[in-house]
Design a protein around this ligand. Structure first.
Ligand SMILES: Cc1cc2nc3c(=O)[nH]c(=O)nc-3n(C[C@H](O)[C@H](O)[C@H](O)COP(=O)(O)OP(=O)(O)OC[C@H]3O[C@@H](n4cnc5c(N)ncnc54)[C@H](O)[C@@H]3O)c2cc1C
Length: 453
């Protein structure tokens, strides 16, 4: 097999701000480590950081660069909760467990916040608060949500009537909003790189440009074979953490096909405008995170300050992997439909990223079925809500390895039972099914809006 060649970070505002940084050397030759983490996104990185902080021996291999996947390309909204709605979670596991899970998801966000403060990087926090806006006049659902979140989850959501929303977000499209003061937004790539550097300072070993190509059971645990520009490598380990998300097994051999099949890659897109400065004041007077409640809706925020302010605009979901040629034009059209007063804005950068979704829209966290007590851990499928949940999940897996803490079992309800290596790789049926589900969601969104207008 030819040596694996790493890809640089995708062109994005974050990658431009990060600039040229030398890669960490790829792994080659024979090594041993108590734990090997596969995947240098925020899931793998947080598990690695937590293990290093607990004084454990841990090695992370990343096929490309730290933060190369969704973790370094996302909108940077750090907010409590999961991709699945907390009320749906409540229906599945009951209120007490849903509350425990919500609290864990909140702690994930606090972990990110605390690391930034500890690393003297609180300046990365670009804005606070989250406005969840609705695009139809039936806003009763917002009221009910605010009441339930206050009563059952201790979350103070403020209901913003149409007038207040339209003063803050100057558009005819929105009819009401919920304001949550807790979320904030950051540059996720800068955070991922800082977390990696700090893990390294604490004794973790991290390798860029190192693709894990196979996973075999050995007498003492596992053997991971790797490929990189310095040649092949092997690492023996008692524990292996699979944190490759949507990218695992996509353009490379499958490591554990049952898991890879359970995680469907879903693409979403982001553009950033050229500096708009004061032009933005006529449209958006809110520095926090903004998203509409549609299932395939828009999410956006202002980046930068003063005359250098730009709009970062995200949206659309698809299971198509190739980036559409008209990506920038598509998102620009979405932006103009909401804020026509911005006029003809220039698009500076446009990029896409893959989120890993399980059918349940919940993360897959814990020991692999069929390999119980054998030290093979899944840490994946954080969907579109990974900034807090990867921190939470990384902490749960590290706690399990370092302290035998079995809190990860709170996620057992969403652990697909069929995860073993015998099932074939991610297949077309999985992808097509997911695409149909998302087309259905978009169609329902459009119908609701048409009824409302
Ligand atoms: C455009 C976009 C916007 C988003 N916005 C938000 C947001 O605002 N807030 C939020 O909470 N979430 C958001 N998300 C979701 C969030 O980014 C993800 O849930 C989260 O980053 C997933 O982290 P991860 O570590 O599981 O995966 P990733 O960050 O995708 O990392 C996986 C890594 O594993 C590596 N890898 C895979 N296979 C191997 C292998 N065999 N060997 C070695 N390495 C391997 C890959 O190269 C990759 O770097 C967004 C996602 C996208 C794409």
């Amino acid at each position: 097999m030819a040596d694996h060649h790493a890809e640089p970070h995708a062109a994005s505002l974050y990658a431009a701000d990060l600039g040229e940084t030398p890669p960490r050397p790829p792994l080659a030759g024979s090594h041993e480590s108590e734990t090997v983490v596969i995947g240098g996104g925020l899931a793998g990185l947080t598990a690695t950081w937590q293990l290093a902080a607990a004084g454990r021996d841990v090695t992370l291999v990343e096929a490309n660069r730290i933060g190369w996947g969704a973790s370094g390309r996302n909108a940077g909204f750090v907010s409590p909760g999961f991709s699945e709605s907390i009320f749906a979670i409540e229906r599945q596991v009951g209120k007490p467990q849903a509350r425990q899970l919500y609290d864990l998801s909140r702690a994930g966000g606090r972990f990110v916040h605390d690391r930034l403060v500890d690393l003297d990087m609180a300046g990365l926090i670009g804005g606070h608060g989250w406005l969840k806006v609705v695009r139809h006049p039936r806003t009763g659902g917002l009221e009910e949500r605010a009441a339930r979140m206050g009563r059952d989850y201790d979350v103070e959501l403020a209901l913003w009537p149409r007038e207040a929303v339209r003063e803050t977000l100057v558009t005819e499209r929105y009819f009401g909003a919920l304001h949550d003061p807790e979320p904030f937004h950051i540059d996720p790539l800068a955070y991922a790189v800082a977390l990696a550097d700090d893990a390294q300072r604490r004794g973790a070993v991290l390798h860029d440009g190192t693709l894990a190509v196979s996973l075999e059971r050995s007498l003492s645990g596992w053997q991971v074979r790797t490929s990189g520009e310095n040649g092949p490598g092997t690492i023996k380990a008692r524990h292996v953490v699979l944190a490759g998300s949507a990218y695992q097994g996509l353009d490379a051999p499958a490591l554990w096909p049952g898991l890879e099949r359970a995680v469907v890659p879903v693409a979403t897109y982001i553009v950033t405008t050229t500096p708009l400065g004061e032009r933005l004041d006529a449209a958006i007077r809110f520095a926090g995170c903004i998203a509409d409640t549609r299932r395939a809706g828009n999410y956006y925020r202002i980046v930068g300050s003063g005359g250098d302010r730009r709009l970062m605009w995200g949206g659309r979901i698809t299971t198509r992997r190739d980036e559409p040629a008209r990506l920038a034009a598509m998102l620009k059209a979405d932006m103009s439909a909401v804020y026509p007063q911005l006029g003809d804005v220039g698009i500076e950068t446009a990029w896409s990223g893959l989120m890993g979704y399980a059918r349940t829209k919940m993360p897959i966290i814990g020991l692999m079925a069929g390999a119980r007590a054998a030290g093979l851990w899944a840490l994946t499928a954080f969907g579109g809500h990974g900034m807090n949940t990867t921190a939470m999940g990384g902490g749960l897996i590290a706690g399990a390895i370092a302290e035998n803490d079995d809190s990860w079992r709170l996620f057992e309800a969403w652990h697909p039972g069929f995860i073993d290596r015998t099932i074939g790789g991610r297949n077309l049926i999985g992808r097509t099914a997911a695409q149909l589900v998302y087309w259905g969601m978009q169609a329902r969104d459009r119908l609701e809006e048409r009824r409302a207008n």
